[in-house]
Each structure stands twice: as structure tokens, then as C-alpha cells.
Design a protein around this ligand. Structure first.
Ligand code: XMP
Length: 529
């Protein structure tokens, strides 16, 4: 699986870098590296994020227009600190160094870097000292975001000092003749309001990019590539109801039509109305071949008496593979498996930075037995999530699916504390629907990363009319996040929380108390189990 997922250049996954103007970001470990690549893509230019030690041969055939050296946690004087490979300076294309990347330019090209007396972190203002293409059309003073310890003390031969800040006499350095630039600040973060203009200038004025990478031409190319990989073969695709598998299926469907069969496994752990929606959307509206497998009992049986969260995950995962395999074998002549692997998964598995990361196994149908010999079709493996959504729009995937909050593979099983039973599932589904409906109605849905209900294993005393009750406590969780690595609890308005709580205790049988989770991540996780 991992081998397949990493193999690029197979017919269905032609590297867009060979057919589009490409910017390469070499990753030196900054938390913002991926953001740089996203910003470049938002500026309609194809961009790849590669480990800093990438050999030149890996770029053979690329239409390389420029290189960006990212920031990173090191000091250029650290023992074994990563360096820009020599080919970067032999490639004959412009180079933009950001933060650590700038220090590398200075250090490797003959300038001098030293420790800053004060670490500069957070907002700062720079003043431009020279007219350079990188800052064309921008004001002489810019608000920027800094985050660095070291600073440049002497620019290398050929460079000029182009801007300074209160703490950095050399905040920007430039060698316009070679197209080499160094920025001490981060143009890719939102806290540098005109950062995108700086990047736009780099692409247009420095690298001469035409900025023609769009969702429309991506779809055309992907369709052609899928057709050439699959020939007249049959493809299967596991639909989960989430964005990635939905867009993958829509794209493959556009390419091969009826030779795609989607398998939707109803594991009984989905949210209210979800199974019906998948069948309606993909089966009826988009007219795909859809196998709807009702495996609810099989999953429930596998979860009987299980209370440990990790055991729940393993049981759900294994059951999924068993059910999916059984159904896939029924589809005669299927040789291909379409999968919604995204670029961040590919980056993660490519082992940037120090320790090597493993590919996410959460959702992937990675455990299919080798004797099935399915070849992977991964048309989204070069895309970020926001690009996937834009392509989904182009393909007519409904908005509710494209903007749906992430939902864990093990579903409601890890939102029910303790044993999963049909009764508890029914309670949680009702409560969860109230949370989501109210959040949507209040206009908060798109502002949140996730919002959902959790069924705790605690019963508490309450009073309803003249009766005492002894019912479940439901927890409401709503978080804001840019990615799921960190998150903060959402400051939902009190009246929205009030309406949610009211409706849950009034409408959901056996629940008499609602609490709101105000834990951030870390130290909490987003899910309760
Ligand atoms: P945590 O709870 O670790 O969640 O803060 C981070 C993100 O991952 C999702 N999540 C999962 N997704 N299988 C999945 O497919 C899982 O087992 C799983 N556990 C957590 C979670 O919903 C959040 O978006």
C-alpha cells in the first residue's frame, strides 16, 4: 500500500510538474512550509513541497520556474544543520529564501549570519530601502510577521540590503540580477497582510510564471490520465460520504462512466440521514453504479461489549476491510481501486524533516489482501483540501458534501463512551442532529472545524414536571482549527448553546443534561475517545 501510494508518475498520476510551470518549495522543517505551497497554488501556480535533501534527479522533466527555501527550526551554525543542495544554485532559476531559507542564502553564498540580540517573534514593521521587483507596487512600509532567532549581519556578494526592521538591519536582501531574494519575515501567513502580493510578485515578476494552474484544466488532465491508466478496465471506489472519496468518485466517474462501481458500506455508525444522502446523491442524482451494503448488524456485533477506544477502532477497521473485500470480489473484472489520497498525506509519508512519518491509515483501504491485485488510482494525490473542494464544485458535487465537517472513520462508535448499543446510537444521532442543525441555522457551521454531540457514560439526576429523572449527560463539542493538529473550543454564543441544550433535553429521550466542552487541543483531543 505505502509503496503504491508513494509511487508517482504512474499513468493515472502524471506529475503536473512536468506539464505545468512549477515552483518547488524545499522544506527545512518550518511549521509554515505547507502553507507556502498552498499560497503559491492559490496564486494559480503549480507548486510542490519537497524535503530539503531532495536530489536534483527527482526534478527531471519538471518545468521548474523557481525555488523557495522554507523556514526551519535550526540555526545555520548548528551541528549538522540542513543546507540547500548545490543544485539549487546551479539550476539557473530564481530562489526565494524565507527566514531560515534566507539565512542559508546568506551563509552559503558568502554572507554572515549571527545570533540576534533579541529574538524577534510576532508583528513587526519593515521599511523598504530599495526598489526591487519583489516589492513592486507595495508601500514603503509593510506590516509583517517575524519569527527568528538569528539574523543576517552581512549580505553575500552581489546582494543589496532592501529593507530593515527595528531589530533586523537586514530584513530583506536582494540580488535582482540572479533573481535571488531573502526575507526575514513570513509572507505566507495571514499576519503579513500584503504577503500574498510579495509572493505574487515573486511568481510574476521574478520567475515569469503565467499563473495558469486552475481547477478546470486540472479536471481535463486528470480525466485524460485516468482514461489512459484504466484503459477499458473496471474501477471500484469506496464511498464514505466525506469530501475526498466523493470528489474522487466524481472525477473517476467523469473519466470512465459506468465502468466505475462505488461501494458504500453502511456501518451503522453514521450520522442521522447520512446513508440516505449518499444513496440519493451518488446513486440517483449523479447516476453512478452504487452498491449500498447494509452491514450495520455486522459492525454492531463486532463492537459488542467493547469499551476500549483503540479496540473499537481496530474492530471497525477490520470489519470494514472484510465487508469491502467481500463486496469488491463480486465486481467482476475490477482491477483498479480509486482512493482519495490528498497531497498532505503524500507529504506526510515522504518523510520531511527528521523522523519519518507513516501514511495515515485511518480511512485508507490499505489492508486489502495482496491477492486482490488492485492497482491504485489516486487522482487527488497532488491536491490540497481547498483545491479538492473547488474541483468538486466544477464536477457538480453538492455543497453539503463538499463543506461537511470531518468525520472519523469509526464514526459514532468513538463518540459513545463505553459499549456501543443500538439504543445509544439512536440517542446520539438525535442529539447530534440537533447540534448540527442549530449550528447551521446560526450561521456557524463553516466557521467551525467540527461540531458534534458526545454521549457520555454518565447518568445524572434531573427533574421534569413532577418527576425525577435519571438520564444521560450529553456533551457538546465545537472547535475551531486550521488543521486537526491543534484546536480551540469555539466561543459559541450563549443563546445558541442554550437552544441546543433546550432542544436536546426536550427532544431526545433518556437525556436530561447537556454540558459544553471547553477544552482546547492540546491538552485535550477533538474526539472524546
Ligand atoms: P483528535 O481526536 O485526535 O482528532 O484530536 C483529530 C482529527 O482526526 C479525526 N479522528 C479520526 N479520523 N479515524 C478517522 O478517520 C479515527 O480513528 C479518528 N480519530 C480522530 C477527528 O475527527 C479530528 O478531525
Amino acid at each position: 500500500m505505502t509503496e503504491h501510494a508513494l509511487a508517482s508518475g504512474s499513468p493515472a498520476n502524471p506529475d503536473p510538474a512536468t506539464s505545468h510551470e512549477t515552483i518547488v518549495v524545499l522544506d527545512f522543517g518550518s511549521q509554515y512550509s505547507m502553507l507556502i505551497a498552498r499560497r503559491i497554488r492559490e496564486l494559480n501556480t503549480y507548486c510542490e513541497l519537497l524535503p530539503w535533501h531532495t536530489p536534483r534527479e527527482s526534478l527531471a522533466g519538471h518545468d521548474l520556474k523557481g525555488i523557495i527555501l522554507s523556514g526551519g527550526p535550526n540555526s545555520v551554525y548548528d551541528e549538522g544543520a540542513p543546507r540547500a543542495p548545490e543544485w539549487v544554485f546551479e539550476a539557473g532559476v530564481p530562489v526565494l529564501g524565507i527566514c531560515y531559507g534566507m539565512q542559508l542564502l546568506a551563509h552559503q553564498l558568502g554572507g554572515r549570519v549571527g545570533p540576534s540580540l533579541e529574538r524577534e517573534y510576532g508583528p513587526a514593521r519593515i521599511e523598504l530601502l530599495a526598489e526591487i521587483p519583489l516589492f513592486a507596487g507595495l508601500p514603503r512600509e509593510l506590516d509583517v510577521w517575524m519569527s527568528h532567532g538569528d539574523r543576517i549581519e552581512e549580505v553575500p556578494p552581489g546582494f543589496q540590503v532592501a529593507a530593515r526592521s527595528a531589530n533586523s538591519p537586514i530584513a530583506v536582501m536582494a540580488d535582482p540580477a540572479r533573481g535571488y531574494y531573502g526575507l526575514q519575515f513570513h509572507p505566507e501567513v495571514v499576519h503579513t497582510p500584503l504577503g500574498k502580493e510579495v509572493l505574487r510578485n515573486f511568481l510574476e515578476r521574478v520567475c515569469g510564471c503565467s499563473r495558469s494552474w486552475t481547477p478546470g484544466n486540472f479536471v481535463e488532465e486528470a480525466v485524460a490520465a485516468i482514461r489512459s491508466q484504466v484503459g477499458d478496465g473496471r474501477v471500484i471506489c469506496a464511498l464514505s460520504g466525506g469530501v475526498d472519496s466523493a470528489v474522487t468518485a466524481a472525477l473517476v466517474h467523469r473519466a470512465v462512466g459506468d465502468r466505475l462501481t462505488c461501494i458504500f458500506v453502511d456501518n451503522g455508525l453514521l450520522r442521522a440521514g447520512e446513508a440516505e444522502e449518499v444513496v440519493e446523491t451518488f446513486g440517483r442524482t449523479m447516476r453512478m453504479n452504487l452498491v449500498h451494503v447494509d452491514a450495520r448488524d455486522e459492525f454492531l456485533a463486532a463492537l459488542a461489549e467493547v469499551t476500549n477506544p483503540e479496540t473499537k477502532r481496530v474492530r471497525v477497521g477490520n470489519t470494514f476491510i472484510r465487508v469491502f473485500e467481500r463486496e469488491a470480489r463480486k465486481i467482476e473484472g475490477a482491477r483498479f481501486l480509486a482512493q482519495g489520497t490528498l497531497y498532505p498525506d503524500v507529504i506526510e509519508s515522504a518523510g520531511h524533516g527528521a523522523g519519518s512519518a507513516t501514511i495515515k491509515t485511518h480511512h485508507n483501504v490499505g489492508g486489502l489482501p495482496p491477492d486482490m491485485q488492485l492497482e491504485l488510482v489516486e487522482p487527488l494525490r497532488y491536491l490540497f483540501k481547498d483545491e479538492v473542494r473547488r474541483i468538486g464544485e466544477t464536477l457538480g458535487v453538492p455543497e453539503e458534501i463538499l463543506w461537511r465537517h470531518p468525520f472519523p472513520g469509526p464514526g459514532l462508535a468513538i463518540r459513545i463512551m463505553g459499549e456501543v448499543t443500538p439504543e445509544k446510537l439512536a440517542i446520539l444521532r438525535l442529539a447530534d442532529k440537533i447540534v448540527v442543525d442549530e449550528v447551521r441555522a446560526a450561521g456557524w457551521y463553516r466557521k467551525l472545524w467540527q461540531a458534534f454531540a458526545v454521549l457520555t457514560n454518565t447518568r445524572t439526576v434531573g427533574v421534569m414536571g413532577d418527576y425525577r429523572t435519571y438520564g444521560y449527560a450529553v456533551a457538546v463539542r465545537a472547535v475551531v482549527a486550521d488543521d486537526a493538529m491543534t484546536a480551540d473550543w469555539a466561543r459559541l454564543p450563549y443563546d445558541l448553546l442554550g437552544r441546543i441544550a433546550n432542544r436536546i433535553v426536550n427532544e431526545v429521550p433518556d437525556v436530561n443534561r447537556v454540558v459544553y466542552d471547553i477544552t482546547s487541543k492540546p491538552p485535550g483531543t477533538i474526539e472524546w475517545e
